[in-house]
Design a protein around this ligand. Structure first.
Ligand code: AMP
Length: 423
């Protein structure tokens, strides 16, 4: 016999003992979005490959090595989205989502992303992101609001020991000056660079700054803050002043450049000490060049994406609450075969009353069914046999108190609801 088929490497099944936690976190993500006045956009999972090669950048690891790209039956090059920002901007431009008067459109979304990366703890080939974007404003207070969205989301989830790391990557006016300075410095130490950085040197030298192997060389690199133009420096100062006013502690990390070409000015990450090598729970920044890069008008924007898989990992490790795992309110027990249709009717009456209810379909005896009822965590067992039917009642057993009473059939949903604390 051939071996049974397993899931591909780097993808996971989120099983019932985990999926309820995901529903909880997604609920909090939507609630946080609501408080900050973001509206949800449900973006497609695949897009034209060009959206990412132009919007993320040809020289990034994502586009060079990590995309799931295929030709569809109509001979178009299609890519499973590796991130959501480019899709969000495409949608904004395509559907004219701009807000009149200069305020940003606040958009959020959640869903799976796909990157061909080497799987390890906290790094998968299919992973979820919670994505929050504010499109259409150049105000540095909007950068601060985006960072506050991330902080507030994590606070709402009860996460602790997080570090907010922030930097400015300049703009098309001042970054080229820094780029040249950096290339000049790196060329002087080219022989010492790792092979990847040697090839990055001309194509994407800023990426050398976040290389893990060349730390000592990076430590001596020119400081990007010395090259920022007045506008970028002022923008950065306003963002940090707002964060300080709101009581946020942040660390300045001049090597934080992120892998994506469209970032301008603010770049930030939130890191957790409880994640090992993959420490970033979210990353984001300003991307004033993205809309034009994908063929649109000039539209500034700022946003971030949080890794849902990693958020849930950290919450688990920190013992954060996921709310209560939903348990059954009632388990319908039917000791007589002849009463099974009555039991089915009772089951649906309970469900229609908004209760979580189930019953035995395996034809087990009374003892077996009671065992299942207890093991299921149900608040009540509703026992309905021929004897009860004859008298128009149901024996309702409170499984936590092991007390039992007879309840008129029509009153059972109300009785169970009160046992379950739902009324
Ligand atoms: P990025 O789009 O690369 O800025 O990533 C934003 C966030 O998504 C990161 O901070 C991670 O939390 C999460 N993330 C990125 N790549 C992966 C991956 N391969 N597996 C799990 N989470 C990821």
């Amino acid at each position: 016999m051939s071996e049974s088929i397993k899931g591909p490497r780097g993808v996971r099944d989120i099983l019932p003992d985990e999926s309820w936690k995901w529903a909880y976190v997604l609920g909090r993500a939507a609630e946080t979005a609501g408080r900050f006045n973001y509206s949800e956009v449900r973006l497609p999972i695949f897009e034209h490959t060009e959206l990412f090669s132009r919007g993320v950048g040809d020289t990034t690891d994502i586009v060079e090595k990590e995309m799931y790209t295929f030709t569809d039956k109509g001979d178009r090059s299609i890519t499973l989205r590796p991130e959501m920002t480019a899709g969000m901007m495409r949608s904004y431009v395509e559907h004219s989502l701009g807000v009149p008067g200069g305020n940003p459109a606040k958009l959020w979304g959640a869903g799976p992303m796909f990157r061909y990366e080497r799987p390890q703890k906290g790094r998968y080939r299919q992973f979820w992101q919670l994505d929050y974007e504010e499109i259409g404003s150049e105000s540095p207070l909007v950068d601060a609001e985006v960072i506050m969205t991330a902080i507030e989301l994590f606070r709402t989830l009860g996460m602790r020991n997080l570090e907010v790391v922030i930097n400015s990557v300049g703009c098309p006016k001042c970054r080229p000056v820094y780029r040249e300075k950096l290339i000049g410095y790196l060329q002087g130490r080219c022989d010492e660079l790792c092979d990847t950085c040697k090839s990055r040197l001309q194509r994407n030298p800023l990426r050398v700054l976040d290389c893990k192997e060349d730390r000592e060389i990076v430590a001596g690199a020119p400081d990007i803050f010395d090259s920022l133009c007045d506008e970028c420096a002022e923008h950065f100062n306003t963002v940090t002043a707002a964060l300080t006013r709101l009581g946020v502690k942040y660390t300045l990390d001049k090597t934080l450049v992120r892998g994506l070409d469209y970032y301008t000015k603010t770049a930030f990450e939130v890191k957790s000490g409880d994640l090992g090598a993959q420490s970033a729970v979210c990353g984001g920044g300003r991307y004033d060049n993205l809309a034009e890069a994908i063929g649109g008008p000039h539209v500034p924007g700022v946003g971030f994406a949080a890794g849902l898989d990693r958020v849930i990992l950290v919450m688990g490790e920190q013992g954060c609450s996921f709310g209560a795992q939903p348990a059954l309110d009632a388990y319908v027990v039917c000791p007589d075969d002849s009463a099974r249709l009555n039991a089915v009717e009772l089951l649906y009456a309970l469900r229609r009353a908004g209760l979580k209810a189930d019953m035995d379909y395996a034809g087990r005896g009374m003892k077996g069914q009671m065992k299942t009822a207890v093991a299921s965590g149900a608040k009540a067992a509703c026992i309905l046999g021929g004897d009860e039917i004859a008298r128009g009642v149901v024996a309702v057993r409170d499984l936590s108190a092991a007390a039992q009473e007879e309840v008129p059939l029509a009153d059972v949903p109300v009785r169970v609801a009160s046992l379950a604390g739902k009324r």
